[in-house]
Design a protein around this ligand. Structure first.
Ligand code: FPP
Length: 240
């Protein structure tokens, strides 16, 4: 029941692969873009609930490096979505003390999209509640590659020794945190190049529900399931 899950059983970091927008729309006889539009509304509902539940960071896969392969009109719509989303919801994010960040390479987006995202990041930068991180033009292999190129440059220039630890490695990534809970909607059971390093010990939930129908209650159900999982991080717990 809401509010009854102990804080210590609440994940600090939750990542979501928001899949199924297109199929949801198609099943209703609507264009795929209608699924993305509804999907953006769900982002609002789920972010507010995650914030209420005390999650520290929610990372949403909004646009992958592979999404450029989609038809031009769909890509163009996906590029407009952040603007539509923030126009509609930035005030609510402010009212709820939510801080917006992004993970990925913004440079490849139209300047108008990049600008709208940077503005939301700036506007919310002093908020102290949950961090809502949009993974946008994000791909995990590319994230690791870019980080390692930076590291190699630092070693080559003598700025640091070749003595990287696992903890320090994380700091070369767009998302340095470990993920506690990874959710993927709409029935597919795969990771799709999302946070490969960070999910090493994540609990995973794959739900049949398409993203446009993933609401507050669906998030609560995932948090409830998470609270019953025993995380051992390769060791043993009290029951073993
Ligand atoms: C995958 O569904 C979803 C996407 C590629 C886009 C996800 C984006 C949103 C939900 C909205 C983003 C919100 C903000 C705030 C920018 P799919 O199109 O692959 O669905 P399908 O597998 O059914 O075709």
């Amino acid at each position: 029941m809401k509010g009854e899950i102990l804080m210590e059983h609440t994940p600090k970091t939750v990542a979501i692969i928001m899949d199924g927008n297109g199929r949801w729309a198609k099943a209703k006889g609507l264009p795929r873009t209608a699924g993305h539009k509804k999907g953006a509304d769900q982002v609002r509902d789920v972010a507010l609930e995650a914030n209420r539940r005390g999650i520290q960071k929610l990372i949403l896969y909004a646009f992958s490096t592979e999404n450029w392969k989609r038809p031009e009109d769909e890509v163009s719509y996906l590029c407009k979505l952040p603007g539509m989303f923030f126009n509609k919801f930035i005030q609510e994010l402010m009212d709820n003390n939510i801080r917006v960040t992004f993970a990925g390479e913004l440079e490849r987006f139209p300047e108008s999209t990049a600008k709208v995202i940077r503005r939301a990041v700036d506007q919310t930068s002093h908020n102290t509640g949950m961090e809502l991180c949009l993974a946008i033009n994000y791909g995990s292999r590319r994230e690791i590659l870019l980080g390692m190129q930076k590291y190699a440059d630092e070693v080559a220039s003598g700025a640091r020794k070749n003595d990287l630890s696992e903890e320090e490695f994380s700091n070369y990534l767009f998302v340095p945190e470990e993920i506690d809970l990874l959710i993927r909607t709409s029935g597919e059971v795969r990771i799709s190049n999302f946070l490969l390093w960070q999910i090493a010990y994540a609990e995973m939930i794959f739900t049949e529900r398409p993203w446009p129908e993933f609401d507050e209650q669906a998030l609560d159900e995932c948090l409830e399931e998470y609270s019953h999982r025993h995380r051992r991080f390769g060791g043993l717990d009290d029951e073993n």
